[in-house]
Design a protein. Structure first.
Length: 74
C-alpha cells in the first residue's frame, strides 16, 4: 500500500456511522428493508465486536475538493 503513511486508526463512532449508512443505503438509493434505528444498533454492536476481537480499521485522509464525508444524522 503506497499510502500507508497517511493512514490513521478510524474513530469507532465514525466507523459505526459508516456501517449504519451502509445498512440503510445501497449506493445512493435508500434500502427500505432496514430501519434507521436497527441499522445504528447493529453498526454499534459490530464496532464493539471488532474492537474486542482486536481489529484495527484504518482510514485515509479525506480527498480534497469533494463534498464533506457523511457525518450521520444530526
Amino acid at each position: 500500500m503506497p499510502d500507508e503513511a497517511d493512514l490513521k486508526p478510524a474513530d469507532p463512532k465514525e466507523l459505526a456511522e459508516s456501517l449504519a449508512f451502509a445498512l440503510r443505503f445501497e449506493g445512493r438509493k435508500r434500502v427500505h428493508q432496514a430501519d434507521e434505528y436497527m441499522a445504528a444498533i447493529t453498526a454499534e454492536r459490530l464496532v464493539r465486536y471488532l474492537e474486542g476481537a482486536g481489529y484495527v480499521v484504518m482510514k485515509k485522509p479525506p480527498i480534497g475538493g469533494t463534498a464533506p464525508p457523511y457525518r450521520g444524522p444530526l
